[in-house]
Write a protein that binds this ligand. Structure first.
Ligand code: ASP
Length: 323
């Protein structure tokens, strides 16, 4: 091909992607949450989607596609058109899935365009209100002594609650019976109904139940205490030194989404994270938006790679896999 033709073809591609971005979005955008409605990831997504819709001047819908620890919803977005109208709001599980699943239908790095990080959420160890142990130390002792009858709820292999439970069981060298759900909203319902004993879940799902005295709470999984739950100690200081896990959330578009569209979405995300209502709700739920320089495609791309490298040896050592 002559140089002139190459330049014309290049100009046509750039022109097409610029005009696509110019009037983007000209129809509603859908954010897929790979967990059940009403849970912690869903809560973050609905707050952010609402604030993004103001900036984008377009409706931003949330669709819940739960199952298999978040991999069903992530797979759906990996196969969606790369036009910016179908996005994925996922959490730390996007980085652990490639180590946990022998057969994953998508590649978390190659099949997505990162848009930006959103928030880091602490987790909490919580139990049904009538569960016997009263403190984190008692929980550890009770679980070790009653491992055949205790049940642990999670949102499936690859979920944050699974990861936290896996770290807990490895730390106390005890295997428990796990009960998987499509998200921790239905798991919380069963905890409230005393059908399951305990779980580890984001403060964005547990805070109001803890404050309302509906469930028992033992400790937070971050190295420092959480201001909105001041009475809770850290797991690190109550029996499992070094124990630490927090759930970071990110927003992604499918691979091939034009850079200008990704940039537009990143700007809308950054505006959403500065929204006073979002900040206040996040604070009430034990979290805060990331610094704006982390709500960018580059920051999420490098964080995702870093997290994949961090969790891969830990998961290999734990010897946990799903098909
Ligand atoms: N908290 C869940 C998890 O364990 C997911 C959710 O329902 O948002 O990953």
């Amino acid at each position: 091909m002559k140089l002139k033709h190459v330049l014309l073809a290049f100009a046509a591609i750039v022109g097409a992607s610029l005009s696509q971005a110019d009037d983007f979005p000209n129809k509603p955008v859908t954010v897929v949450v790979p967990f059940a409605a009403g849970g912690p990831t869903d809560t973050v997504a609905r707050l952010v989607a609402q604030a993004m819709s103001v900036n984008l001047k377009q409706t931003v819908l949330v669709e819940n596609v739960g199952g298999a620890g978040g991999t069903v919803g992530a797979g759906r977005v990996a196969r969606a058109p790369g036009d910016g109208y179908t996005l994925l709001l996922h959490h730390i599980g996007h980085s652990t899935a490639p180590s946990l699943y022998r057969k994953l239908s998508y590649d978390p790095v190659a099949d997505f365009e990162p848009i930006g990080l959103i928030t880091d959420v602490p987790m909490t160890f919580v139990a049904r209100r009538d569960f016997q142990p009263k403190t984190m130390q008692e929980l550890i002792a009770y679980v070790k002594a009653n491992k055949d009858k205790v049940t642990y709820a999670n949102a499936g292999i690859g979920s944050a609650s699974h990861l936290c439970g896996m770290l807990f069981m490895t730390s106390i060298q005890t295997d428990l019976t796990t009960v998987p759900y499509k998200g921790t909203a239905p798991a919380m319902n069963d905890l409230l109904g005393s059908q399951v004993d305990f779980m580890c879940d984001q403060t964005t799902n547990t805070t109001s139940q803890i404050k309302g005295g509906k469930i028992k709470a033992y400790a937070v999984t971050t190295k420092t205490k959480v201001p909105s739950l001041p009475s809770l100690p850290t797991v690190d200081s109550t029996g499992l030194p070094g124990f630490e896990v927090a759930v970071w959330h990110g927003l992604y578009a499918p691979k091939g989404t034009p850079a200008a569209v990704v940039d537009r979405l990143a700007k809308a995300l950054q505006a959403a994270l500065q929204d006073p209502t979002v900040k206040q709700r996040f604070a009430d739920l034990g979290t805060e938006p990331v610094a704006l320089n982390r709500a960018t495609p580059e920051a999420l791309r490098s964080h995702l790679r870093h997290e994949i490298d961090k969790w891969s040896p830990i998961i290999k050592q734990a010897g946990i896999y799903a098909d």
